[in-house]
Design a protein around this ligand. Sequence first.
Ligand code: C2E
Ligand code: MG
Ligand code: MG
Length: 668
Amino acid sequence: MKAAAIEAAYRSNIETVDQIKLTRGYYTRNVVAKELASGHLTPSHDHKGNPNAIPLPATFVQDISDLLKERDTTLSLISPYPWPNRAGRTMDSFQTTAWDAFQRDPSAIVSREETRDGKRLLRIAVPDRMTEAACVSCHNNSPESPKRDWKLDDVRAVMEVTKVIEPYLAAAEQRSRMIVLAITAATTVVILILFGVAALFARHEREKRDTDQHVHYLAHHDSMTGTLNRGSFLASLTGAMSRLQSRSRVAVHYIDLDRFKEINDQLGHGVGDELLRAVAKRLKRLLGPEDIISRLGGDEFAVAQTNLQDPGEVGVMADRITRALAKPFQLSHHSVIVSGSVGSAGATVSHATGDELLEDADIALYRAKHAGRACYVVFAPEMRDAMLTRRQLEAHIRDAVAREKFEVYFQPLVRRSGRLDGFEALLRLRDDRGEFISPSVFVPMVEDMGAIDSLGAWVIRNACAAAATWPAHLKISVNLSPVQFRSPNSIAAIVADAIAASGLGAGRLELEITEGLLLEAIDDVIEQLFELKNAGAAIVMDDFGTGYSSLGYLWRLPFDKIKVDKSFVPEEEASQQSVTPVLQTIIGLGRTLNMEVTVEGIETEAQAEFFRDLNCDYLQGYLFGRPMPRGDAAIVILRDLLDEMAESIGSGAVATADETTCLDQVAG
Ligand code: C2E
Ligand code: MG
Ligand code: MG
């Protein structure tokens, strides 16, 4: 810092010297030389108070030095020559050293630091030379000049400038403080920037981590319930299975809510979503610390036990799940009752992955659903074969739907008199070996596939077309599925089209519906039943007495006929007695409500006799004919017509013209 201050003082001294020399040169050339030439004013060292004199250049310099003192700067011009006006002024050691130095080197600069009166000084001495021709002539011609052989550039004196160093030291100190301050400030700024950058970076990293975590969470969880999604669940399950030495410590429960679709449809998706969350919450409460839960999709959940101590715990957990789901759910605006069906499977050595285990649980779940829901079934290996068969059957049915491989068979219906009244159209489908698959098996599957609409319409058209070729007094009965009433395609319109296309006469088409239909939105069903009646069809309540026996609805619904289910047909005479009062009530009810009564499932003459005695209007069963192809039905019709003709002839009556035409038609 001191060196910097000395350096600054030194530079300042030199600058002062240069300025003085410049000013003096200007003064000598432009003022002194001109005045000398004009003779107006005389340069003199004694100019003060003399109006005809101006300062000599050297005196001019001395005058300047007075001004400089105010700035802690001393200026002096001194030479070893004895000028008269400078008597008594001798050079000190520094100035002598400088003079000697200038003699050796006319361009030397000599400096020295010293302390005087408690002040630290920097003295600089430079050679003062004869720079102007005017100076040379003036000095050589002046009577006062101690030397008369001056030449241009001769060193004639020592010019000294002395400065007090303190201000420079203070300035240097100030500057260094400033520098320190600036460095500190800059360092602080840099640190702050670094901190800022670091904070930004950290925030970015945190946000990125948060985003990554969120993305990771979303990728692995079900956003609705916060449970694992299917993929992550299966991965965890597989992980648990491979980690544990004994597979038997892992089990999975596949859960399906039984009435979820209904709740979703009737109360809205908002309530449906709330219910799913509530279900997840309730299931979570059943879990142990190592168990995992997932919403697999829709209303399906899975729970995995990964630390079983005993195989019996599988059933215990399945039971707990079933019970937990059977309790009402108190949602924000509704109290909802659903139940859950559970399929459970314990892992074995044959299960390589979580998928395989879940598949077996799914098979068990299918069983649980078909066992009436709200229950659980634990998987057994033979179920897999049954499932395989079912899957093959599904594929077969799908193919049959696509390629219209179905047939319609016709089963006769007879009046109490024994005369043919018409036929019931029954769907038939053969398996690959040509054996019939029961419609009770494939119809629900077609319903599940969403194909019953088109298949049902096809049966109606087919049945109407067949019946249109029969004598006009014969009816055709077609079964309808409840699903067809839910369809956006109007069943009444389909029926009306089929009647119109076939030209079937009025009142000849009967439509059989089952009590299951009464579980649908009843007002809508009633409206559609009336539309069907308007389209020209009669309505039959099929399988009466089974299912829900909604007597409450019976009088509200526009039934023309009830068909008593075959389960009411007593197999033996001994059981006739016990069933008689029930049948009498049903038939009496039909009479009261102005409905005709049919009984199906009559296989023996005794059974026929029994129902005739009970005043049943129509009988149906193997006794009168099994479901048969259309060609065989034509033969049955012919035989019936011939029987009637024979009876007529026997009784003296003759067949009507209409019946004769029909006979030709059927025979043809
Ligand atoms: P369903 O409408 O009650 O038909 C009567 C069922 O009883 C028929 O079975 C028939 O073959 C059988 N059956 C008739 N007489 C006797 C008898 O004396 N003894 C015994 N044991 N059975 C008798 P199938 O053809 O197997 O049909 C079963 C059910 O499938 C039908 O019951 C009906 O609900 C449904 N189904 C058949 N065809 C169709 C259809 O085209 N559409 C719809 N939606 N369902 C149909
Ligand atoms: Mg039927
Ligand atoms: Mg029936």
